[in-house]
Design a protein around this ligand. Sequence first.
Ligand code: SAH
Length: 221
Amino acid sequence: MRSPDLRGVGMTSQRTRDRMVSRMREQGIRSSRVLEVMAREPRHLFLDEALAHRAYEDTALPIGHGQTLSQPWIVGRMSELILEQAPERVLEVGTGSGYQTLILARLVTELWSVERINALHRIAASRLRLLKTYNARLRLADGGHGWPEAAPFDAILLTACASELPEPLLSQLVDGGVLIAPLEGHDGRQWLTRVRREGERFEFERLEPVRFVPLLEGVIR
Ligand code: SAH
């Protein structure tokens, strides 16, 4: 990575970040901790230089390999849903650019994040190192298997859409734990869904319609 401008100028300046956060507040993001972290952290460093000037727009942006960095609102929404759980140990499936990973890492005690595409995994790892994100551990793997050695987790976040949740993920939740994921319904639409574990029972709650790339199997080296 070339010596990046951590604070940003012009379209990547603090003013631009503050505008993004005001918009998120208008769109219903309530958690002041989430908004503070997103106002501070450099989203523009998680995109190719050619796209960095668009980092704070209200939109998802391409990160290569057919994948996308989610729009700010959805990153905020998922982060606040995870925080409601007051979690210490969190697993993320789908590191992608690493931006959601960074935001979560600033909000929870320990974070594990899994990505299946090596090129994305490596660049996310270098960005997170640069930003001294020492409480996030990354792994190149099919996140459908979770991270058995680190389980159980207080909360699990999927940033790719499944039609059926991989069983290992559910079994790696603590009792009372929560999994937040985009899930495809029988109608073919995607819903942000909260799954709460109560012993061996899992309660599913549909929250709002969303659009994510699919959760896929296997690893691409
Ligand atoms: N949170 C990311 C969003 C990236 S898009 C960000 O902020 O940039 C979703 C990511 O999930 C993609 O990088 C995709 O490769 C990854 N993914 C899809 N299926 C996966 C799986 N089974 N295991 C791990 N990662 C997966």
